[in-house]
Design a protein around this ligand. Sequence first.
Ligand code: SAM
Ligand code: SF4
Length: 326
Amino acid sequence: MVDSFGRNINYLRISVTDRCNLRCRYCMPEEGVQNLGHGKILSLEDLARLARVAAQVGISKIRLTGGEPLVRKSITRLVECLADIDGIDDIAMTTNGLLFPALAQDLKDAGLKRINISLDTLNDERFAYITRRGGLSSVRQAIFKAMELGMDPVKINVVAIRGFNDDEIGDFARLAYDHPLHIRFIEFMPVGDLLFWEPQRMMNSDEIRMVLQNDYELTPQKAIEGNGPARYYKISGGAGSIGFISPMSHQFCSECNRIRLTADGKLRGCLYEKQEVDLKEALEREASDEELRELFWRAIKSKPARHNMDSGWGQQNLRKMYQIGG
Ligand code: SAM
Ligand code: SF4
């Protein structure tokens, strides 16, 4: 379906839970996280029904996210239900990877095509610091497991944070040189745990590319399979690629094809937009599929032309990143 600004909206990101087994400093507070109770989050049946309705309004691609999607019970069953829906041709997931090695084969068999794994450091101590937990070895296993199962392309999301991992940019590039992995550097955004975000911690994509060009020859290449706004570069002689996701320095809103469903059943046109359409309330009053379709249309039609995070709205965001799905 085409929105008010001529963009074809065909991609739905579903946050299946607001719970997480990590506490990344930029995303979630350490203490005082009030998780949604069972009655507040969408059930598996609700999620499958909403995905079916979404397919009827033109959604063909779904990404599962969270919180951490793999802590949601029956996640494999959900993937299976989504894979059965006519019109849905791509099911992917963004995960911290910790629980992936044990679930990988079942998820693949259920119909999960691809995963993006979030990983900001290759150093154990730093990993424990940034996640306030630990488990880097499981994340490494997850990356190699996904490659072993042929869940191509395997993408790694790295939030670039000055003073934390800027000295590891080359190490990440080396991973993409040695393995068929797609390393994507994401600009640090003022959403999430704003106590950790500071303007000076943000590194923009051009700056990162300059650092990489000291050691690698990068040439622009076409987008790697997926639905996101990353710009990709081939590393000369390497097996994988480097991508940049630049919401702060190179706004990609004019090409945005996504809407988001939060774990508590609210549809959002934009990560940074306050406006939400309440699907959970509609499900509770037993709305028909026709009514649900209209609510999807309303969310799509009211999708803003662009985010205004750079003009300070991110500071007032009532929802944290783990509550929206990143
Ligand atoms: N738990 C899963 C994970 O970490 O991949 C999925 C949810 S997480 C909120 C999705 C993505 O958002 C992760 O790649 C994470 O690094 C990213 N993210 C969270 N807060 C961010 C911020 N302030 N700026 C940029 N990316 C952020
Ligand atoms: Fe959890 Fe992902 Fe947020 Fe880290 S970024 S706290 S893994 S939801």
